[in-house]
Design a binder for this molecule. Structure first.
Ligand SMILES: CC(C)(COP(=O)(O)OP(=O)(O)OC[C@H]1O[C@@H](n2cnc3c(N)ncnc32)[C@H](O)[C@@H]1OP(=O)(O)O)[C@@H](O)C(=O)NCCC(=O)NCCS
Length: 207
């Protein structure tokens, strides 16, 4: 495993002003929902913990700024854009961050195992991906797909059928294939685990 993970319990967060930079605090103040504020802060705490142990930078000099187009957030270290691959996810009381200094790209996704209805299954998964059934399998499959679209930096702005996860393999089609090729067609290691009991967690590590 080449990447580092940090898990944060969202019930026990320090005050935002102890963690966030001025720019981050300005964005944080615009978030209305307490749950969203907590998740946004928790993800940043997780990432800042990982990076500060590697760089000795204080939390306020590690900034994760959202992009206006809903794209991948921007990481700034001491005000300078960083190319360090990172990813953030949150779900049901937890935030997780990952960094991978040896990768080109990384995407992670955490989801609580929950009942999934048939229509959702048909909407998001190509038949070739549905090699099994059940809430755990479908939740895991969802985390794989989200980890991959975060690795690509697009999020789910792509047609979901254009990213097909079969076991540990990912197959791209259409626009997803174009974006993957433009990124240099990295070799993707896609792994899924029960990082937290009752959850599924996937990492798409692109080298
Ligand atoms: C990115 C996306 C896949 C996140 O999935 P999710 O299960 O909702 O949320 P997660 O908790 O797993 O991940 C959220 C984190 O992903 C990261 N992220 C957001 N957009 C990203 C992108 N394009 N690429 C990589 N990472 C992204 C952010 O760090 C975000 O956390 P933050 O806002 O607190 O910083 C999803 O929100 C998406 O597809 N967004 C793009 C489409 C869109 O904006 N739709 C509007 C709502 S319909």
């Amino acid at each position: 495993m080449d990447y580092l993970l940090e898990i944060i319990d969202l019930n026990t967060l320090p005050p935002a002003q102890d963690i966030l930079s001025q720019r981050e605090q300005a964005f944080y103040a615009t978030l209305k929902l307490p749950k969203r504020k907590n998740e946004w802060l928790g993800g940043r705490i997780a990432l800042k913990k990982l990076i500060s142990t590697q760089t000795d930078l204080p939390a306020c000099q590690i900034e994760v700024l959202p992009q206006p187009d809903n794209g991948k957030p921007l990481l700034l270290l001491s005000g300078k854009k960083s190319a360090l691959p990172f990813s953030i996810t949150h779900s049901h009381g937890y935030a997780v961050a990952a960094v991978s200094p040896t990768s080109k790209y990384i995407g992670i996704d955490l989801e609580k195992v929950a009942p999934r209805i048939e229509a959702w299954k048909q909407d998001f998964f190509h038949p070739s991906e549905l090699t099994a059934d059940g809430d755990k399998f479908l939740t895991a499959l969802w985390t794989k797909k989200e980890a991959v679209v975060k690795m690509l930096g697009t999020g789910l702005t792509l047609n979901s059928f254009d990213i097909r996860c079969v076991g540990g393999n990912v197959h791209f089609f259409g626009r997803a294939q174009e974006i993957y090729t433009a990124l240099g067609a990295p070799f993707i290691t896609l792994t899924t685990s029960e990082l937290i009991p009752g959850f599924q967690f996937s990492v798409a590590d692109g080298k």
